[in-house]
Design a protein around this ligand. Sequence first.
Ligand SMILES: Cc1cc2nc3c(=O)[nH]c(=O)nc-3n(C[C@H](O)[C@H](O)[C@H](O)COP(=O)(O)OP(=O)(O)OC[C@H]3O[C@@H](n4cnc5c(N)ncnc54)[C@H](O)[C@@H]3O)c2cc1C
Length: 510
Amino acid sequence: MTHIRAGLAEAPTEVDVLVVGLGITGAGCALDAVSRGLSVLAVDAHDLAFGTSRWSSKLVHGGLRYLANGQVGVAHESAVERGILMEVTAPHLTHALPMLLPLDAGMGRRQAAFLRMGFGAGDALRVAARTPAETLPRPRRVSATESHHLAPVLGTTVRGGILSWDGQLEDDARLVTTVARTAAQLGAEIRTRARAIELHRRRAVLRDETTGETHEIAARAVINAAGVWAGDLVDRIELRPSRGTHLVLRGDALPGLRVALTLPVPGERSRFVNVVPQQDGLVYVGLTDVPVDGPAPDVPEPSEAELDFLVDTTSTALAHPFSREDVAGSYAGLRPLLRAEGRSADLSRRHAVLTSEDGVVTVVGGKLTTYRRMAQDALDAAVTGAGLVARPCTTARLPLTGAASRADLARLAGESVSPRLVRRFGTDAELVLAAARQVSGLPDEELLRPVADGVPATFAELLFGVTHEGAHDVDDLLDRRTRVGLVAEDRAAAEPAARRALVLAQATVR
Ligand SMILES: Cc1cc2nc3c(=O)[nH]c(=O)nc-3n(C[C@H](O)[C@H](O)[C@H](O)COP(=O)(O)OP(=O)(O)OC[C@H]3O[C@@H](n4cnc5c(N)ncnc54)[C@H](O)[C@@H]3O)c2cc1C
């Protein structure tokens, strides 16, 4: 029943394309390759979305920040890919996020005018990318009264604001899982707990992390999408990651917040902290940019200084400051930044496709928003380099599993017994429930109830995580298929449900 599995038992030993890494980049490559008619094995040493892809700000950027740096091409590419995600491939996993930039009495008129001009340019990018204003409304000035209505937590010195719109993901790890599942549905072999040990022209050595056994794989093309670990697998590619940290707050720490806030960092001209409410009631506050030397850890940890910076910067702009005691959780991710490119966080969003002397194609950098384009470029290089016969890329027109038009999704959510499942699985919501019923025999009421007090994830999602999304243990379920693990207290409360889901569903999967 499951389309994605742990380990390498019965995995193919000969394929057209081997993809290493199942973050958004590797999952995108697997989908691109299989949709061109190629046979694919895609592996991750740990799990889907184990690396940077689950630690993002979960935004689908329109490229405004690159315009500010004069990177018009990168900005346009970002806006185009945002449009494709929101309009074609993943309307179910994306929505328009209203973002308010408060104009404070302390902010000079020139800076305010500069910011207004920037948002106008951002909207021009949207128009150039042909994303309709019904999907992402035009930015507009709002009064002090409206600003306080949208964000009652703002201080009294606010004299108005600029309200703009960008894309927001339901969740970054959910996007990765959905891309991987779409690839699996088309025939790609997706394996977690399978580590690449050696990559060569036309062959690779993989280790099944569930058994410790090594497997030799013959692959006509090898793609290295191992993110900040990509340099460990090929010569002459060196990364110098930069860490970005977010706080996780419960909604009641910032009561009444209806929009995301973009708060200028005092004393800096174009650096901001974003306060971003999530659909499940949490609020993420980020982010930082700290260069990291030495080997990349499996799971990066925020520093105390970063946590203090985010609390202090945000609190300065609010009428009721919050403190470290209000922080329910935090997370940090490493931007896969090529050393040659310097340390700017903006440069890291530009992607690179590099073919090493022995023919391994490495794709690195970029961002979640542009994963489709990165995959297309990587596959173009792999197909040409290996002389493969393949169809042209079609992923810009290939909806991910569960996708439908916004109107159809709204109708479905209105009729569904679980709008949450529609939000996270789109038209696959009924499949999630049906699969959960089948393996558990439990009534819908029990399957759709939050798994613990104040934790909105449902038992149906946990069961589906095992039956259809390759979840292998409690960590996969709580930290990646759902994001319950972002708050340690919630994670502890949900753990018994995750254990029960594994016992019930694994009996069917095996
Ligand atoms: C703090 C932060 C915020 C961000 N916010 C946004 C945002 O809001 N919007 C946006 O568009 N982008 C954002 N980005 C950028 C985006 O998150 C990354 O560019 C993207 O997730 C990188 O994905 P990846 O697949 O290349 O790498 P990863 O997600 O790190 O995937 C690499 C995978 O390779 C696996 N792996 C490593 N070594 C091996 C091996 N030997 N064998 C097998 N597997 C291996 C790892 O387990 C991992 O799962 C953000 C980045 C950061 C750091």
